[in-house]
Design a protein around this ligand. Structure first.
Ligand SMILES: NC(=O)C1=CN([C@@H]2O[C@H](COP(=O)(O)OP(=O)(O)OC[C@H]3O[C@@H](n4cnc5c(N)ncnc54)[C@H](OP(=O)(O)O)[C@@H]3O)[C@@H](O)[C@H]2O)[C@@H](O)CC1
Ligand SMILES: [K+]
Length: 459
């Protein structure tokens, strides 16, 4: 069982292509299923800790994995029962079923067990499963102490995070060969529990992966405040949001944070923030490593003028909040320079329209169209670069759903960008630090706490 951090993420089609390439290189389908099933059995053995196991098997290769695992568990004297829905549909699935020398319990009458293993459907699920299948799965899941899914909980479509049925929540999902998008994209991601990878020895790659602990910039003996990164925060109508972004940039490690506003006497944040009146010229200081524009900017003519000046400054940009409402998405493609856009669902739809495509596909398309790194925020944040590279984040703390946390994220990413990380790395590091700070804050924190917690997770 391998943790998913940093691992490639493959669609069902890409997974089949990787399997086909392995077979063309001499591996058989039976060998792959044997590795998958035996790896799953080892994981179940550890997780079940001697408690009786029920394996529900479907007609395809997910069910084949289930039969191989059940046979391996029985050989190791683990108490295990099997129920099957439908006859095996392929030669390899028939081979797997032939390994199981115990009884196969009738589907509708199966009695639950403390440990449930769902091997009904995986990446081959092509339509909503029959209610007869889901009723048994839900009944056994409700009665189990531990629920384990093989590859994907049955009823989840593999690529877009869609639920094709009322899927019960699992404790652990054992992904065979590679992590799939629906392990990370909502609403499916809330059903999968902990995701662990079962290595089946086939080479996989591609441009999509799960986020991992990023390379964070660190000061050394030659560092000074400008080399640590200078971040300019452009304030506007709502001063508090820009204060949060500025505090976050400082606490994420920026050496110098410049808060540009017209108002005086409204400072809320740390004294370490340098406060100046906004002028368009103040944005062209070539020591500025990142401009953060959007938190609390407003949407009036002043806001528009400031956004125009930021776009014209030639400095790397983090574009958030109100700036995403003002900007023309397609005009961004003509803007030469580094840009990171940080839309939540509403801002994304405003900029790029609604679509039935999956969240990662929408993020990739938006990144290519705007020539920007796009941080598509949410309970399932996905980052895409213009060249198609995609980073998926495991679900973050639901307590992040409070005002101001987006402003904190924009400032954090600004600090990473100003410190010299490339835009995709800066976005990944920013989202990672933000998620860690939220974890550390626990429950019912406010955005100010989150910004303050960044110093401790910066490590
Ligand atoms: N790729 C790899 O490298 C490896 C993959 N491995 C494993 O294989 C799994 C993928 O196997 P798979 O392709 O056979 O698909 P799977 O999910 O078992 O279901 C397909 C079957 O169900 C049927 N069916 C579909 N929807 C249905 C519905 N709503 N209601 C009823 N029936 C429905 C469908 O029939 P059909 O659509 O033709 O009617 C077909 O018979 C993968 O998740 C992993 O566990 C590993 O062994 C090792 C290497
Ligand atoms: K399954």
């Amino acid at each position: 069982m391998i943790p998913s951090a940093g691992r490639p993420v493959l669609t069902a089609q890409a997974m089949r292509a990787a399997e086909a390439a392995a077979m063309a290189a001499g591996t058989t389908e039976i060998a792959l299923m044997r590795r998958a099933g035996e790896g799953i059995a080892q994981a179940i053995l550890r997780l079940a800790a001697g408690r009786p196991v029920l394996v529900l098997c479907g007609p395809g290769h997910n069910g084949g994995d289930g039969f191989v695992a059940a046979a391996a568990l029985r050989r190791q004297r683990q108490p295990v029962r099997v129920a099957a829905f439908g006859e095996p549909r392929s030669e390899t699935a028939r081979w797997a079923r032939s390994l199981w020398d115990g009884p196969v319990v009738s589907w509708d009458d199966v009695a639950p067990a403390p440990v449930l293993v769902d091997a009904i459907f995986g990446t081959g699920l092509s339509r909503a499963p029959d209610e007869r299948i889901m009723t048994v799965l839900r009944r056994c899941a409700d009665a189990a102490i531990l629920r384990i899914a093989v590859d994907l909980p049955s009823g989840i479509e593999s690529d877009a995070g869609r639920l094709l049925a009322d899927v019960p929540a699992f404790d652990v999902t054992l992904a065979t060969g590679a992590i799939k998008p629906s392990h990370l994209v909502q609403p499916a991601a809330r059903c999968v529990g902990q995701v662990r990878l079962i290595d089946i020895g086939i080479p996989i790659g591609g441009g999509a992966r799960v986020a991992s602990l990023p390379r964070l910039p660190h000061p050394d003996a030659s560092s000074h405040k400008y080399s640590r990164g200078m971040v300019a925060i452009v304030a506007g109508a709502m001063g508090g949001a820009a204060e949060l972004a500025a505090t976050a940039a400082l606490r994420a490690g920026a050496g110098y944070v410049l808060h540009l506003d017209d108002r005086t006497g409204v400072a809320l944040g740390p004294n370490a923030i340098v406060r100046r009146s906004y002028t368009p010229e103040s944005l062209t200081d070539n020591r500025i490593g990142a401009i953060v524009i959007g938190p609390g900017l407003g949407r009036d003519d002043t806001a528009r003028a400031r956004l125009g000046a930021a776009l014209g400054s030639g400095r790397p940009l983090v574009i958030d909040g109100d700036a995403l409402r003002l900007i023309e998405a397609m005009a961004l493609a003509d803007h030469i320079g580094v840009k990171i856009l940080t839309p939540h669902g509403g801002e994304f739809a405003h900029m790029f329209g609604d679509s039935d495509a999956s969240k990662p596909e929408r993020a990739r398309k938006a990144a290519a169209a705007t020539r920007s790194v796009v941080v598509f925020k949410g309970a399932d944040t996905v980052i895409a670069a213009p060249d198609g590279r995609t980073i998926f984040f495991p679900p973050a703390s639901p307590w992040l759903s409070t005002a101001g946390t987006g402003d904190v994220l924009a400032g954090t990413i600004g600090a990473m960008l100003a410190a010299g990380l490339d835009p995709l790395e800066a976005a990944e590091a920013g989202v990672w630090l933000h998620g860690e700070a939220a974890r550390r804050c626990g429950a019912a924190f406010i955005a100010d706490d989150l910004a303050d917690a960044l110093s401790a997770v910066r490590g």
